[in-house]
Design a protein around this ligand. Structure first.
Ligand SMILES: [Zn+2]
Length: 329
């Protein structure tokens, strides 16, 4: 996906227009700061830029995808394209220095280099200073592309020396379409797109069929709340606890309940559901026996439960309290 500039233009039109212009005029900056949330394509864009930079067979800005340079970049073993990742919690000075040495050493044979710093906000101050020196060497024919989800966490001195490019949040409709093209079912794709904007995360949630099971349990719980309230605590014990074990799974679970309530609110005011798109009749029924005020209170209760979760409370007690709160409204 997003292998070419024109494909990428569908999800990040502004970014593509800006960079395309620089590539075709051969006026790339020495340093870019790509800023945007997870899954918005920063890394892919950086690699695409590197390909257009090195490909000798490109037409206009589009790389050929077949030459040695293109293939090596795709496989992550191009000698002049380097990616620095955090080593543990941070990017350390020696990582930046290592790169600089390597570049200096090789400087004679090849004149151009691209390096990509992933999670650039995790650079230690000394690593950042070391990088700065590098950026300032005017003779170095280098393009640095720094990627970050937290632009504010980047040193101002680095910000001011790089061209900042902001990636827009991922378009939800596009994300749903892409997920379905990758073989995710329609119902799963809608809930995934509401929970995350990252393809990687979406993949990990679909791999073991977890998302489909989780979705079913949420629907069952919500139905029982309205139709068979006596059953609810049993379902928590029997189905919820075994499936939502890890903290991040419990968070997703609460988010799904929140999404259900949001759909219920939409149904209540005559709008279409956005997440549980195939549950129209159940949502309709519940909307009849509920009110906007009651739904809003329930949503507040879920948000409260998410806070408790951070404080490591007993999950079972938290769920029991939450479901009671929703039931009583
Ligand atoms: Zn090529």
């Amino acid at each position: 996906m997003n292998e070419t500039w024109s494909e990428f233009e569908q999800i990040q039109p502004r970014v593509v227009q800006m960079l395309k212009r620089s590539v075709s005029k051969n006026r790339l900056a020495h340093a870019y700061l790509f800023e945007g949330s997870k899954g918005t394509g920063k890394r892919e864009m950086a690699l695409l830029l590197a390909k257009s930079f090195f490909c000798k067979e490109k037409s206009d800005v589009e790389h050929c995808g077949q030459c040695v340079d293109c293939i090596r970049i795709s496989h992550g073993n191009h000698p002049d394209v380097h990616i620095i990742e955090p080593d543990g919690l941070s990017i350390k000075k020696h990582q930046v220095e290592h790169l600089q040495k390597e570049f200096t050493y090789r400087g004679v044979e090849s004149s151009q280099k691209v390096y990509i710093v992933n999670e650039a906000d995790k650079m230690t101050t000394s690593a950042a200073n070391s990088l700065l020196k590098f950026l300032e060497e005017p003779e170095s024919p280098t393009i640095a592309i720094l990627l970050t989800e937290k632009g504010q966490a980047i040193l101002p001195t680095i910000q001011s020396r790089s061209q900042q490019i902001t990636f827009s949040p991922l378009n939800k409709k596009y994300f749903i379409k892409e997920l379905q093209e990758k073989g995710v079912s329609e119902t799963d794709s809608y809930i995934l797109a509401s929970l995350t904007t990252s393809f990687e995360q979406a993949k990990s949630l679909t791999d073991s069929d977890w998302i489909a099971q989780a979705r079913n349990v949420v629907i069952q719980l919500m139905r029982e709340l309205y139709e068979r309230p006596n059953q609810v605590l049993f379902t928590v014990q029997d189905k919820w606890l075994p499936l939502f074990k890890e903290k991040h799974e419990q968070e997703y679970g609460l988010d799904m309940i929140l999404l259900w309530l949001r759909d219920l609110l939409y149904t209540q005011v005559g709008k279409d559901a956005e997440t549980f798109v195939d549950q129209h009749s159940q949502l309709q029924q519940q909307a009849l026996s509920s009110s906007q005020e009651k739904i809003s209170k329930s949503m507040a209760a879920v948000i409260g439960a998410k806070k408790y979760l951070q404080a490591n409370v007993n999950t079972q007690l938290m769920m029991e309290k939450l479901l009671l709160d929703i039931q009583e409204g």
